[in-house]
Design a protein around this ligand. Structure first.
Ligand code: NAI
Ligand code: MG
Length: 483
């Protein structure tokens, strides 16, 4: 054991624990490019222990038998603790994957707490359908917990994306095994510790660390003792998970990649369009499934917009994620940095013009705008997951919609226009799970979230999460006594 680094064990059945074989892996801080922590590296036996613990807590423990109000009080207490420990949680995510601490404190941590509060209240307050008496029978719906939920989360928003899964799963009375990404194990262990401190019973929220293919990820999604699988990550991984889950007929919810189109019309408020487009392209160093990575600007304002956009992008300060002034941190890992760099090289080979060097210290990539690329270039179609945006002009609305929809993905799109009719018309025509008009990244947890095509299967949020994390039951009552 290396005493100089921090230690993040599994949390199984309320116990902080090593792997059965004692294996560990290092988490590398992308800024220092040195290990800052070690996590337990799970294997077959750890998966069995975690499934058994979650199963026992579900089959015999109090959690699924509590009222939604009782569970909700504990989930609110967990949210309080998340807020109290905001600094430690933000730093854990930042050191694991390089995001600016200031961003984690402003967005990831408060949204995580808000997610627990929302789903706690939603489970308690949402009415269930009744089908008034017809032919002497009255029918009502019970939304009953599904059982053991496996949640597999990615590294780009480690804590926040885990909470989108864990919060509704717990609120509806399930028990959970969370497997965070191997690049970002730390905040999951901290979260499980806070859940225990909040009084959530042992075995209700378990964390198992480790890798995906051939390791704990694959074992968890293939396990017959699991009732639901919720995953966020790469589209190819989603396919592998769905194939493994199919053998047990385990329902899956998949939030996969994106290639968000951002349409800026000449009638838009350009100042607003620039501000949000820069956010959409470069926030979290572009490591966002919702990134507006394809930017289409109407011919009349193309030059002016591009000038202002690249000017604003150049002002995003790169640097140490722990410096509060930093807006662009390093990319999450050496492999990911190499992948983003190779997309930029490919873009140059394809004839694209890069409006910044794309360089940067260590694993940092500076915000990069690419113009003049043929549509056949890979970077127009594949998820780069870096601070890179491709830009092209369009002439009219029909062309803009055609370009935006020319993708296998269907997660989100943005439209900037001050024409009310155009805004609604284009929102309706776009192939996307979310369309943001004159804004970006606004999320109301009652609304559906998810994507079509290669962007995933299913929706989460509000009643959509209830649909996935429960088994709805119809109770049919004979009430007129005449039959
Ligand atoms: P990934 O999809 O391989 O990993 C995400 C999670 O899935 C991790 O927890 C990983 O351990 C697990 N996993 C991997 N293979 C698995 C399997 N066969 N069975 C079960 N679990 C498995 O994503 P990765 O490799 O971290 O990133 C690669 C690319 O994916 C990125 O460059 C980006 O383009 C995309 N991505 C998209 C995300 C999104 O929010 N939609 C999030 C993360 C990555
Ligand atoms: Mg992978």
């Amino acid at each position: 054991m290396n005493a100089a680094v921090e230690w993040f064990p599994h949390v199984i059945g309320g116990e902080r624990t090593e792997s059965a074989d004692g294996a560990r892996f290092a988490s590398v801080d992308p800024w220092t490019r040195r290990p800052w922590a070690e996590a337990a590296s799970g294997g077959a036996e750890d998966v069995e222990r975690a499934v058994a613990a979650a199963r026992e807590a579900y089959d015999e423990g109090p959690w699924p038998r509590m009222s939604a109000g009782e569970r909700g009080r504990l989930l609110h207490r967990l949210a309080d603790l998340i807020e109290e420990h905001a600094d430690a949680l933000a730093l854990a995510d930042s050191r694991d994957m390089g995001k600016p601490v200031a961003d984690a404190l402003a967005k990831d941590v408060p949204r995580t707490a808000a997610n627990f509060r929302f789903f706690a209240d939603h489970a308690r307050l949402t009415p269930a359908e009744t089908y008034p008496a017809e032919g002497g029978h009255h029918i009502y719906t019970r939304y009953e917990s599904a059982g053991v939920v496996v949640a597999i989360s990615p590294w780009n928003f480690p804590l926040m994306l885990a909470s989108w899964k864990v919060a509704p799963a717990l609120a509806w009375g399930n028990t959970v095994i969370l497997k965070p990404a191997e690049q970002s194990p730390a905040s999951a262990t901290l979260l499980a510790g806070l859940a225990l401190e909040a009084g959530i019973p042992p075995g209700v929220l378990n964390v198992v660390h480790g890798f995906g293919p051939g390791s704990v990820g694959e074992r968890l999604v293939s396990h017959p003792g699991v009732d639901r699988i919720t995953f966020t990550g790469e589209s190819g991984t989603g396919r592998a998970i769905a194939a493994n889950a199919a053998r047990n007929l385990t329902p899956v919810s998949l939030e996969l990649g994106g290639k968000g189109a951002n349409l800026v019309f000449a009638d838009a408020d350009l100042e607003r369009a620039v501000r949000w487009s820069v956010q959409a392209a470069f926030a979290n160093a572009g490591q966002v499934c919702l990134a507006g990575s394809r930017l289409y600007v109407q011919q009349e304002v193309y030059e002016e917009f591009l000038d202002r956009f690249t000017g604003a992008a150049a002002r995003l300060l790169p640097g140490d994620p722990q410096d509060p002034a930093t807006r662009i941190g390093p990319l999450s890992s050496a492999e990911h940095h190499a992948k983003v760099r190779s997309y930029l090289e490919g873009a140059e080979r394809a004839g694209g013009k890069l409006m910044s060097t794309g360089g940067g210290d260590g694993w940092t990539v500076l915000p990069t705008t690419v113009t003049g690329l043929p549509r056949s270039a890979a970077i127009w179609h594949e998820e780069v997951f870096g601070p890179v945006v491709t830009v092209a002009p369009f002439t009219d609305e029909a062309e803009a919609v055609r370009e935006a929809n020319a993708t296998r993905f269907g997660l989100n799109a943005m439209v900037f226009t001050d024409d009310l009719h155009r805004a609604h018309r284009v929102a309706g025509a776009l192939k996307a799970g979310t369309v943001w008009t004159n804004c970006f990244f606004v999320r109301d947890l009652r609304a559906p979230f998810g994507g079509a095509g290669d962007s995933g299967v299913g929706r989460e949020g509000g009643t959509f999460s209830r649909e996935f994390f429960t088994e709805p039951k119809a109770v049919v009552m004979e009430i007129d006594g005449a039959r």
